[in-house]
Design a protein around this ligand. Structure first.
Ligand code: PLP
Length: 330
């Protein structure tokens, strides 16, 4: 479909490879072929799924005269780290509003965000949850008083602008499917703020990709993500009224959050270690590890029966692994 994409800034190293996991297919595939879309390879410090969204968000910021990006997330937010590096690359100031007390030692994404020169404020969880809207407004006003213009980017860059990233990625996947002779597939991704899932779900419909998209939620629940994907889609339609009309049906694989966001069970840590050794592929305990565990469990339960190919989107997140080193027995 000839889609009129808004401008983007080229930041991601794309197309990323679609890699066949031969040994993982034998071990967990139950007859399916398991593939991984290597979006962990969109870059180095500026890597993972967020970069695809930020390419469009950064262009939107520059084209509308913003000189500062304000965004928010957990202390180990991959999105915040990626935004910090986008700012450093494009000479935009970045201000991160993080959930949680500043730890005595900076590690993983938090360390990298500081290295990239972002201004960082940490807020206790209760205050963050109840006041995040006010905090955005406070800091936007702060910059406005100084003659600056700050763009508020929501959690995970998940809004009607950010979803373009994975709408575009579906064009890449269409080419991947052709090369790999994939006629029909299930696509599985971790879902945390919903934008990747929304983009993939919209993109498969817009590009008529023969695939069903599933989000494995790493926080909240099925209802939350059904609503979030629908609201990101509505925001996209409102911002770009000329886009073709498509109906999307989000699908969520709920039941793999475990004890909560960012808390992985021993089974997830064990799976990460197994896959690292089996295929040389490293997942993280917050997003991709839980999503991969969910996919393996759903395969075993027969969820994808009748369809040979399953594509796991590796959305990155490796820096979030280091602050959780205590979970590994190695
Ligand atoms: C590594 C990683 N994977 C997956 C996700 C989920 O993507 P989304 O926020 O678009 O739902 C995130 C961020 O939330 C992430 O950092």
């Amino acid at each position: 479909m000839g889609l009129a994409y808004p401008r983007k800034v080229d930041l991601a190293h794309t197309p990323t490879p679609l890699q066949y996991l031969e040994r993982a297919s034998s071990k967990w595939g139950c007859g399916h072929r398991l593939w991984v879309k290597r979006d962990d390879l969109t870059g180095s410090t500026l890597s993972g799924n967020k970069v695809r969204k930020l390419e469009f968000i950064a262009a939107h910021a520059i084209d509308n005269g913003y000189d500062t990006l304000i965004t928010c997330g957990g202390l180990q937010s991959n999105h915040c780290r990626a935004t910090a590096f986008v700012g450093a690359q494009l000479e935009l100031a970045v201000h991160l509003l993080l959930r949680g007390e500043e730890p005595p030692e900076r590690d993983g994404n938090l360390l990298l965000g500081h290295l990239a020169g972002a201004t960082v404020n940490c807020y206790p969880t209760g205050q963050y949850v109840s006041e995040i809207g006010d905090l955005f407004r406070h800091w936007q006003a702060h910059y406005a008083e100084r003659g600056r213009k700050a763009l508020a980017i929501p959690t995970g860059g998940s809004d009607g602008v950010g979803v373009w990233g994975y709408i575009a990625a579906c064009e890449e996947l269409a080419a991947d499917f052709h090369t790999a002779a994939i006629e029909q597939a299930h696509i599985v991704t971790a879902t945390g703020s919903g934008g990747t899932q929304a983009g993939l779900t919209l993109g498969t419909a817009l590009h008529q990709l023969p695939a069903t998209v599933w989000g494995v939620n790493v926080c909240d629940d099925e209802q939350y993500f059904l609503h979030k994907v629908a609201s990101d889609t509505a925001d996209w339609k409102a911002r770009y009224p000329d886009v073709p009309s498509v109906t999307v049906q989000p699908r969520v694989l709920d039941g793999y959050v475990g004890q909560g966001y960012g808390i992985a069970g021993a089974d997830v840590f064990a799976l990460i270690a197994q896959l690292s050794r089996l295929e040389g592929l490293v997942l993280d305990p917050v997003y991709t590890g839980k999503a991969f565990a969910g996919m393996v469990a759903e395969i075993a339960a027969g969820r994808f029966e009748g369809c040979r190919d399953i594509v796991f989107v590796h959305t990155g997140g490796i820096f979030g692994l280091f602050p959780q080193r205590a979970g590994f027995n190695c």
